[in-house]
Design a protein around this ligand. Structure first.
Ligand code: DMJ
Length: 656
C-alpha cells in the first residue's frame, strides 16, 4: 500500500471573507472599550467616567504592546508533525498576553442570517448546519437553488400535477414514463433536503392518495427508469423522513416533515417492486426483461429483444435496500443475481458491450462506451460495493464488484482515455466496434458521471485528506482521483465553450486522427474552442445532472473551491437560459446560439438530480456524508449498510 505524503498545499482553508480578517490590537481595544453599551449610555455619562474609561484602555494597550513581541513569538509557534508523511500545523497556547488579547477581542461579525428555505422547524443540528453555511458564504447560493426548485415545482404543479413531466412551453403535462407521476416521486427527497415542507406535503399526499391507483391501472413501464426514479425516490423519501429509525436527524437535517407517515413510502415501494419483479421472474436467464406491464404484473423484452447493459446493472442499490427494509430477500437476491451473472461473462479489459440479451444471458454486439446504455454499469459496480461491503462477511461477498470496477477503470485508462488537441483536454472516447476496432473521440454528456464515481471509488466517500491520513488510498486510487479531476475539467469546459454556457448532449474531440471544421461551441473567449467539436445533431441540452453531480462529489472529496465556482456558473446559465416565466425550466435545442431555441420538456431529473446536486454542492458536508450515504444513479440517497469505511480498515489489516 503506497500512500503519498499530504502537503500543506493539500490542506486548504477556503474562506476568503473580508469580514473575518484579523484586526489590529489598537482596533480590538478601541472596539472593545467603545462597546455598544458605552456608546448608548455616553450621552448620560460624566467627563470623569469617560476619563476613567480612557485610562483603563490606555493601560490595557500598554500591557499588550509590552508583551507584543512575546505574543508574536508565542502565537506563531507552529509545529510540523510528521504522521505518516503528513504535515500538521498546530498553533500553541499564548500565555497571559494572549488571554488579555482574547478578553478584549469581540467575536467576529457574522453575515446577517437569512430565513431557512422552507417552513419546517429546525433543531439545533440544523441551526448549526445553517450557521456553517453562512461562514462558507453558501447560504445565498443554496437559497437561489431552492428558489429555482420551487419555480420548477410550481410550474409542474400548476400545469402538470400527476403527469410524469411538465411541458413548460405548452403548459401541460405528458406521461413519458408510464404515468406514475414521476416528477412528484423524483422530486420528493430534493424537497426534503431543501427543507421545503409544503412541497414535501403536496408530493407526499399525492403518493399516499393517488399512486396506488396508478400502480393498479397503468400499463407499460421501463424496469430501469421506474426503479431508479420511482422506487429509488420512494425508498429515499422513506429513509430521509425517518422511516427506518424514527429520526430524520441522522442525515444532517433534523427537520421533521409533514405529509404521510413514512411507512406509506415503504408500502408504495414494495407494491411497485412486487410488480417490477416480473421482469426477473419472466426471464429465462438472470438478465431481466426491460419492460413491465404494471397492472398485469407481467414483463417482456424490448422490441429488439435486448436489454441495455447499464439498465440491468443499475437496479441493485434499490432492490437490495428494499430487501433489507422489508425483510424479504427476494428483491435483493434477484437484482444481485444479475451482477453475479455479469461477473462470469467475458469482458474486454473489464469493459463491456452496451447491450445484453435476456434470452441468452450474453452480451450482444461490440459497442463499448461509458455514455448511454453503458454508463451506470460502471457506477453501480463501485456503489453497490460501497453500500454492501460492511453488511456482513467482512464485505467478502461483494468484493468481486470492487475487483470488476478496478479492472474496468484500468480498461478505461488503457483504451478509452485520450487528450484533445491543441489544448489537451482529457476525455473518454468510445470503441464502437469493440476491442479490435478503432477509437472514436466522442463523449456523451452522460459520461460526466465518471469523475464523481472515480473520486468516490478512490476515497470511499471520505475527503482525500482523511483517506490519506487513514492510509486508505493506493497509488491507483490517487491516479484515479487525478483522472477524475482531469475529466471534471473537460466536463466543465463542455459548458464554458458554448455561447449559452450550457453543455451539448454530445461532444467530439479534436485529435490527430479526427477533426471537423466549423462546429464550434461559440464562446469566443474559451481557449478550448478548437478542441471541442459540437455537431448540429448534438447541440441540445436536456437539463442533465452528470456534471454538477461530479462537481458535488469532487468538491466534497477534494475540498477544492474551484468546483463551487464552476457549479455556480452552470447554475446561473440554467437560470438565464432555461427558466420559463410561467413556471418550470425547459430543455434547449441548441446551446450554441442566442437566444437558444427551446424544447418543450422539463425532465424529472432536473428536480430529482440537477438541482439537488447543486444545492448539496453549496451546502454543508455534514448533510448526507458520502461515507454513510450512496446516491443511486437518479440522485436518491440510500444509506450505506453496516461498517463502511471501518470495514476497509479491517480488510486491509487482514490483507497485510
Ligand atoms: C438519469 O435518469 C440518470 O442519471 C441516469 O443514470 C442517466 N440519465 C438520466 C440523467 O441524465
Amino acid at each position: 500500500m503506497a500512500v503519498l505524503p499530504i502537503t500543506s498545499h493539500d490542506v486548504q482553508s477556503h474562506y476568503d471573507n473580508a469580514k473575518f480578517r484579523r484586526r489590529s490590537v489598537f482596533k480590538v481595544i478601541t472596539q472593545a472599550v467603545l462597546t455598544s453599551n458605552v456608546r448608548r449610555n455616553c450621552g448620560s455619562c460624566g467627563v470623569g467616567k469617560l476619563l476613567a474609561l480612557l485610562m483603563i484602555a490606555g493601560l490595557a494597550f500598554l500591557t499588550v504592546a509590552h508583551t507584543n513581541s512575546g505574543i508574536s513569538a508565542a502565537s506563531e509557534i507552529v509545529q510540523h508533525v510528521n504522521v505518516r508523511g503528513e504535515e500538521k500545523v498546530i498553533t500553541e497556547g499564548h500565555g497571559n498576553a494572549e488571554l488579555l488579547k482574547r478578553f478584549w477581542r469581540k467575536p467576529p461579525r457574522l453575515p446577517p442570517r437569512l430565513p431557512p428555505h422552507g417552513k419546517a422547524g429546525n433543531n439545533s443540528l440544523a441551526a448549526e448546519t445553517h450557521n456553517q453555511q453562512h461562514i462558507l458564504g453558501s447560504t445565498v447560493r443554496q437559497s437561489k437553488v431552492a428558489e429555482a426548485f420551487r419555480h420548477a415545482w410550481t410550474g409542474y404543479k400548476n400545469y402538470a400535477m400527476g403527469s410524469d413531466e411538465l411541458m413548460p412551453l405548452s403548459k401541460r403535462g405528458v406521461d413519458g414514463l408510464g404515468g406514475l407521476g414521476a416528477t412528484i416521486v423524483d422530486s420528493l427527497d430534493t424537497a426534503m433536503i431543501m427543507g421545503l415542507n409544503d412541497i414535501v406535503q403536496e408530493a407526499g399526499y399525492w403518493i399516499e392518495k393517488k399512486l396506488p391507483e396508478r400502480l393498479n391501472e397503468k400499463g407499460q413501464v421501463n424496469l430501469f427508469e421506474t426503479t431508479i426514479r420511482v422506487l429509488g425516490g420512494l425508498l429515499s423519501a422513506y429513509c430521509l423522513s425517518g422511516g427506518e429509525n424514527g429520526t430524520t436527524g441522522d442525515w444532517g437535517s433534523g427537520t421533521t416533515f409533514d405529509g404521510p407517515n413514512p411507512a406509506i413510502y415503504l408500502e408504495r415501494a414494495q407494491d411497485l417492486a412486487d410488480r417490477l419483479m416480473s421482469a426477473f421472474t419472466s426471464s429465462p436467464t438472470p438478465i431481466p426483461f426491460s419492460d413491465v406491464i404494471l397492472r398485469e404484473r407481467s414483463a417482456h423484452p424490448a422490441p429488439d429483444g435486448l436489454s441495455s447493459t447499464s439498465e440491468v446493472s443499475s437496479l441493485q442499490l434499490e432492490f437490495w435496500y428494499l430487501s433489507k427494509l422489508s425483510g424479504n430477500p427476494k428483491y435483493g437476491d434477484a437484482a444481485m443475481h444479475v451482477l453475479e451473472h455479469l461477473k462470469t461473462l467475458p469482458k474486454f479489459k473489464g469493459l463491456v458491450p452496451i447491450y445484453i440479451s435476456p434470452h441468452s444471458g450474453h452480451f450482444s454486439g461490440q459497442n463499448i462506451r461509458l455514455g448511454s446504455r453503458g454508463d451506470s454499469y460502471y457506477e453501480y459496480l463501485v456503489k453497490v460495493w460501497l453500500q454492501q461491503r460492511g453488511a456482513g462477511h467482512g464485505g467478502s461477498n461483494v468484493s468481486y464488484l470492487r475487483e470488476m470496477y478496478d479492472e474496468a477503470i484500468r480498461g478505461v485508462k488503457n483504451r478509452l482515455i485520450q487528450k484533445s488537441i491543441p489544448k489537451g483536454l482529457v476525455f473518454v472516447g468510445e470503441l464502437p466496434s469493440g476491442e479490435d476496432g478503432s477509437f472514436y473521440p466522442k463523449m456523451d454528456h452522460l459520461v460526466c458521471f465518471l469523475p464523481g464515481t472515480l473520486a468516490l471509488g478512490a476515497t470511499r466517500g471520505l475527503t482525500k485528506q482523511r483517506a490519506m491520513e487513514e492510509g486508505l488510498m493506493t497509488i491507483e486510487d490517487i491516479e484515479n482521483l487525478k483522472l477524475a479531476e482531469d475529466i471534471m475539467k473537460t466536463c466543465y469546459e463542455m459548458y464554458a465553450v458554448t455561447t449559452t454556457g450550457l453543455a451539448p448532449e454530445i461532444a467530439h474531440f479534436h485529435t490527430q486522427e479526427f477533426y471537423e471544421d466549423g462546429l464550434q461551441g461559440g464562446n469566443k473567449s474559451s481557449e478550448f474552442l478548437d478542441d471541442i467539436i459540437i455537431r448540429y445533431a448534438d447541440r441540445h441540452n436536456l437539463l442533465r445532472p452528470e456534471t454538477v453531480e461530479s462537481l458535488f462529489v469532487l468538491h466534497r472529496i477534494t475540498q477544492d473551491p474551484k468546483y463551487l465556482e464552476w457549479g455556480w456558473q452552470i447554475f446561473q446559465a440554467f437560470e438565464s437560459r432555461t427558466k420559463v416565466d410561467s413556471g418550470g425550466y425547459s430543455s434547449l435545442n441548441d446551446v450554441t446560439v442566442l437566444p437558444p431555441p427551446r424544447r418543450d420538456k422539463m425532465e424529472t431529473f432536473f428536480l430529482g438530480e440537477t438541482l439537488k446536486y447543486l444545492y448539496l454542492l453549496f451546502g454543508d458536508s455534514n448533510v448526507l456524508p458520502l461515507d454513510r450515504f450512496v446516491f443511486n444513479t437518479e440522485a436518491h440517497p440510500l444509506p450505506i449498510i453496516g461498517k463502511g469505511v471501518e470495514n476497509d480498515h479491517t480488510s486491509q489489516t487482514q490483507a497485510s
